[in-house]
Design a protein around this ligand. Structure first.
Ligand SMILES: NC(=O)c1ccc[n+]([C@@H]2O[C@H](COP(=O)([O-])OP(=O)(O)OC[C@H]3O[C@@H](n4cnc5c(N)ncnc54)[C@H](O)[C@@H]3O)[C@@H](O)[C@H]2O)c1
Length: 397
């Protein structure tokens, strides 16, 4: 089988896939629609990052394609529903940069508490100012985490190790790790914590959810961080609160509209305000995260091809499957309509095939049934393939 890896994904992905027996072609940049269609002939696995658009037209043309690995967090660049309709599985790397974001948040809390950007700026312009006024330790401070998901909960653990008292608020009922305390409302958290950090997801309902009313509710002279999504915060309101001195410092990594490429101009209401740390959406950008993304996604692609495992896919039903040495495994993606499982089992029974293990999962319009058998005649496979509900059928050893 052939894999095409675009956009300089980490070399670990290439070596993992080669070790698994794939023929691997790599290209440094993204391809446009026509180039991609031409390049995908005879390709079974496609690896991309955020700049390659996999459109419905690409998916229609790429008849050999079975799986797409997004070597990044987002999957907006892929027409996910159309991929699912064609039985093309899509994976991404939702956790690989969690630790990187956490470490940046911790660093920024210390930078703001010690007002390091001001000290650094003064010294670079030749002014020696050793004054301790306004500089604080973070030990014993109350940290308020909004959004206790992958990043928020890991930040909770690391922050506690540094002596911060952790409070959090999440719309879901989340397990509090370590000594962290759950708040019943965002308001309670804002009134309690001295540092507020946002780690909510990008659901549409979160647009502008943190604005003037929330800043007003925060404790006087507290610190604010946003490393989640730019559109969740009203940055004009943040600037007003920084200028009035109600908020003592801010660290912002994400913006409602971000420049497309390196060197493009960047404009924000938060520029040129003391004790404000601005970073160009680099929370998750570390070499360690890139390497882990390469490992994580390549492993998902390999396990899908070798075993049919779809764990953590973003567009198809998810099944975690062990290997069954000596068995044959029938992987059957189908439209999710009543009676498909009965039809599959009746075809196998008519051919005298004994099913040793079977799993079914469904997601929206797609069903995925995996049957482990000792052997299966070619005629049975042809009958399964001919079912009107069949989207894709594959047999692995
Ligand atoms: N700065 C970066 O480079 C970078 C890197 C990775 C992720 N991120 C962003 O960080 C954010 C968190 O990522 P994650 O992997 O932890 O996501 P996640 O989905 O694991 O966690 C998000 C949590 O926020 C909660 N939540 C959603 N809306 C909320 C609200 N209004 N109030 C309180 N809780 C709310 C959810 O219930 C969930 O527990 C995402 O927005 C992601 O895009 C940024």
């Amino acid at each position: 089988m052939k894999a095409l890896l675009l956009e300089s994904v980490h070399p670990l992905a290439e070596s993992l896939l080669r070790d698994a027996g794939f023929e691997v072609e790599t290209r440094p940049g993204a391809l446009d629609e026509d180039e991609l269609i031409a390049a995908l002939e005879g390709v079974h696995l496609l690896g991309i990052r955020s700049k390659t658009e996999v459109t419905p037209r690409v998916l229609t043309a790429a008849t050999d394609l079975e799986a797409i690995g997004c070597f990044c967090i987002g999957t907006n660049q892929v027409a996910l529903a159309e991929a699912a309709e064609r039985g093309v599985v899509v994976f991404n790397a939702p956790f690989s940069n969690t630790r990187s974001v956490v470490e940046l948040a911790i660093a920024e809390i210390i930078v703001m508490a010690r007002r390091l950007t001001e000290k650094d700026g003064a010294l670079h312009s030749g002014v020696w100012d050793k004054n301790a006024k306004g500089s604080h330790e973070i030990r014993g401070r109350k940290l308020g985490i909004v959004g206790y998901g992958n990043i928020g909960s890991q930040l909770s653990v690391v922050a506690e190790m540094l002596g911060l008292q952790v409070y959090f608020y999440d719309v879901e009922d989340k397990l509090a790790l370590g000594n962290a305390k759950r708040c019943d409302s965002l308001e309670e958290l804002l009134e309690t914590a001295e540092v507020i950090t946002l780690h909510v997801d990008g659901r549409p309902g979160n647009a502008g959810f943190f604005g003037a009313a929330q800043f007003e509710r925060m404790r006087h002279r507290s610190l604010f961080l946003n490393l989640s999504r730019g559109f969740v915060v009203d940055y004009d309101a943040l600037r007003d609160n920084l200028e009035s001195g109600h908020i003592a410092g801010a660290a912002v990594d994400v913006f409602p509209s971000e420049p497309k490429k390196r060197g493009d101009e960047f404009v924000s209401p938060l520029q040129r305000i003391p004790n404000v740390v601005l970073t160009p959406h680099i929370g998750g950008s570390t070499e360690e995260a890139q390497e882990d993304i390469g490992r994580f996604v390549a492993t998902k692609l390999r396990d899908f091809v070798e075993r049919g495992t779809t764990t953590l896919t973003v567009n198809l039903p998810a099944l975690t499957l062990d290997g069954h040495p000596g068995d044959r495994r029938i992987l059957h993606l189908h439209t999710n309509t009543p009676g498909v499982l009965a039809k599959v089992n009746s075809i196998l029974a008519n051919h005298g095939v004994n099913i040793e293990g079977q799993l079914l999962a469904t997601k929206a319009d797609i069903g995925y049934v995996v049957s482990d058998v000792r052997d299966v005649p070619a005629a049975a496979i042809e009958e399964l393939r001919a079912l009107p509900e069949t989207i894709r059928l594959r047999v692995v050893e």
